[in-house]
Unconditional design. Structure first.
Length: 83
């Protein structure tokens, strides 16, 4: 493989990793906010239900977008390399 292709794929990997870490940091900030507000069993149960209902609507689509873009660009670059 050419060095340019390896560099581009490494860059795409880093972009996907950074996107994943940003989503993780967003969830971590929510947890810190909850800890600051106080933590009772009722609050934990309510947050658990909220997370179950909203996680698939917010986090999963963001992850799918990040990895779909990365894979598509990688495949395009690979196709260009083969031709």
């Amino acid at each position: 493989m050419s060095i340019e292709l390896i560099i581009l794929l490494a860059f795409l990997f880093i972009v996907a990793l950074v996107g994943t870490l940003l989503v993780f940091k967003q969830e971590e900030n929510k947890m810190k906010k909850y800890e600051e507000e106080g933590d009772s069993v009722e609050d934990q149960l309510r947050r658990s239900h909220e997370y179950e209902s909203s996680s698939l609507k917010s986090n999963l689509p963001l992850q799918l977008i990040i990895y779909t873009i990365t894979i598509v660009i990688s495949l395009v670059v690979f196709a260009i390399y083969l031709s």
